[in-house]
Ligand binder design. Sequence first.
Ligand code: NAD
Length: 328
Amino acid sequence: MSFNLQSSKKLFIFLGKSLFSLLEAMIFALLPKPRKNVAGEIVLITGAGSGLGRLLALQFARLGSVLVLWDINKEGNEETCKMAREAGATRVHAYTCDCSQKEGVYRVADQVKKEVGDVSILINNAGIVTGKKFLDCPDELMEKSFDVNFKAHLWTYKAFLPAMIANDHGHLVCISSSAGLSGVNGLADYCASKFAAFGFAESVFVETFVQKQKGIKTTIVCPFFIKTGMFEGCTTGCPSLLPILEPKYAVEKIVEAILQEKMYLYMPKLLYFMMFLKRQNAQTLSTVKICPVTAGHQKSRTYGARQHPPSDPNMTLHGRMTKKRQGE
Ligand SMILES: NC(=O)c1ccc[n+]([C@@H]2O[C@H](COP(=O)([O-])OP(=O)(O)OC[C@H]3O[C@@H](n4cnc5c(N)ncnc54)[C@H](O)[C@@H]3O)[C@@H](O)[C@H]2O)c1
């Protein structure tokens, strides 16, 4: 009897909270949410040496944040550092860091804490793609995908979350992908690493929420393809509904979501509908036939020369990447 009462009470609380969230979402769909001020916040961006990471750095430079830029590619990172200063940043610190190496992450994180201070906005953005079908993909490349796209997030959280908890102030940003929401042909290891990053960020958010650490925010970003070169050669089967995104547009949306402390950002908006369909029936996604990677892959298009796996299996992925970058 008391069990029934307890479960009815829990059900009412759940329904009440769901209704509240729904109303909140409807209100904020009509009225823009206030934006927080990030001037003076210490913003760490991994993978700042190019693409989205570089553009994010420039946006936060304009917003008056203190920048901490990490990348495995020293040259690219220093170029971003220079551009950020030109964009108005007064405090920019570039560190060469291979995020796939736990010890390296901890070492550079300690250096940042000593030289700059406690990071209050952590953007886990560094990423790689192998672009091989599962059975063709060498084990070490799949492991590398996980190391960079997911495990690096564990180490950076371990390094910077404690201070955020102590200050009850911080923002954790996970750059996942639409490939972290739905499986994609030919991207099994990439998708799995992006699903993992999504699940990890969401779980830590729940942990902080349950522990009433309300000052710690989370934003999980799931974009479709963006013209940064990472997925060079991929085309969309449905450009009007599911366009390949412009980097500038994607970064503006990401920064807006961070400033509004939005938990999830999917781009383009059609992804929200696709995820709704997926929940109804996973088959629907393949019926909709807007899975452009399939087409790209069958025609053996490249997945960005920079991220192409080495032909020499002894050569590491990032080794090849760096070599290519230097020659760019
Ligand atoms: N471009 C897209 O279509 C797309 C779509 C969805 C999500 N994303 C995600 O967005 C993020 C940024 O991608 P991008 O398009 O700007 O690609 P990009 O290749 O231009 O940038 C990735 C950056 O990460 C750095 N990096 C790679 N391995 C690293 C390591 N071990 N340690 C430190 N830095 C490392 C690279 O040097 C590079 O500067 C990635 O996580 C990617 O998976 C990209």
